[in-house]
Structures are given as structure tokens and as C-alpha cells.
Write a protein that binds this ligand. Sequence first.
Ligand code: PAF
Length: 282
Amino acid sequence: MNIYSLKSEVHNHINEHNLLNNTVGLVPTMGSLHNGHLSLIESAIKMCDKVWVSIFVNPTQFNSKSDLKNYPKNLNKDIELIKSISEKISVFAPETHEIYGNNIRYRKYDFKGIDSELEGKYRKNHYHGVGTIVSMLFFLFKPDKAFFGEKDFQQTQVIQKLIEIENHKTQLVICPTVREKNGLAMSSRNSLLSNELREKASIIYETLIYLKKNFKSQGFNALISESINKINSNNNFKTEYFEIVDSNSLKKLEKFNEKNSYRAFVSVFVGNVRLIDNILLN
Ligand code: PAF
């Protein structure tokens, strides 16, 4: 398996292997891989001739130094996991300096406001950081397809906008959220939870399912309050936001319209670990 840490090595690989006529797939990750990532990689293998996985904890998308510092890292284990899927995958795992030089800053994009809803309200400039790194990766790999998880649905919509803004040929492939046995959405951050809290965190998905079931029969404001109470009634659980939004604009549902599609999004602090999830409602 090829593992590169320099952009020049990636360029050489692409030139040497004449990848121009292959379908190139990219799975961008921040490492600490779990089954959610592995399912993205498996989809990429099925749909592409050549697959790259990038592993890079991108500093410009973190708005808290301690969050960045505590973000789980495990490059050797990640590489073993990728190898177990296929030795033919190539990995790009650069150091921060290789990506940003001495200028660790995000670029500003006009994502037409979808970046300032939901996560954007609580993680200021987060999506400019995501856009900055994904743009660099798209220019480096020129992927035909790029694979992202539905768990980060807002991120997928921001990346679709980035593709349009920068005219990338890349097709966005959104893969379903992979869940632990108890329903908790897989996330690298789950490894920071105690076993007890990880088990109890099933309440997040249970509440989303409950909301989906009752979405059309109950007033949505009352349903949101009930959902927040359900989650917060557990010790150490504090809902940061719980919103029902239009699936396209990501703007808060004000007046239900049968013709529109809606999603519920939630962010919860479980102890000091921040978890997010979402569900399509109709
Ligand atoms: O979803 C993630 O893991 C990150 O936001 C991404 C897309 C790899 C960019 O750093």
C-alpha cells in the first residue's frame, strides 16, 4: 500500500500511474477511522478504479484549541484498517506544515448562508475551514467522486456548494450514516466517551426516531421541546441545539409545507464530548 505525506509524492504517483483514464475516488478523513469511514472506503472501492484516503486533522476547522488537541489520532491503526479492505488503496497523511506552510488560516467562501445555520451558529467559521482543506484535496487529487457521510449532512451541502463555486468535476457521493448497535451514529469522538455514556447516548437516535414518527401528527415546536427534555433528562447530557429545518436551505421550519423535505438536526454535549446526528423526516 502506498502511504504518502508529501503533495509532490501524490503528483508523482498520479503521473507515473497514468490515472487519467481511471475513475478516481477520494475519501477525505481526519483519521481515527471507524466503521462509518470504512463503509465510505468500501463504497469508493465499488464505484472507482483508484481510491485515495486522506488522513489529516485539519486545524482550520476547529474553533477550540482543546478540541483540536484532544481529537483522537491513531495513524498506525488507521493504516492497518485500510489495508484490511484493500492493499490497492493509497493513503495521503500529511503534516500540517505540508498543507498550510506557516499560514494556518482558512479561506472565506460564499456558501450562500448554509454554512451559518445549525453547526455554523455554534462553530463559527468551521465550514470555511472544511472548505479550505477539501478544496486543496480536490485540486490535488482531481477526484471523479468524493465520499462523505450523511451524519455530517450540512457538511455535504457545503461541499456541494464548494464544487459549484470552484467548478470541480467531482461528484459528491453521500453514504448512509453507520450506527453502533445501540443506534449511536459512529463518530471518532465516540471513543472519548466512557462505556456507560456511550451506551446511554443511544437516547439521541431514539429521540430522532420518535420525532420522525410523530412529526406529522404533533405540533413541531412542542415536539422539539419534548425531544430536548427527553435527552436532557439523562445525567451529563445537554442538548446544544435541536432543530427541524428545510433539507435544502437548512433554514428553520416555520410553516410546514407538504411539498418540502425536512430534516431534524441535533447537537448534544455528553459530558464534554460533542455529538451530532440528523434524520430525514419526510
Ligand atoms: O468530515 C470530516 O472528517 C472532515 O470535516 C473532512 C471532510 C475530512 C475535512 O477535514
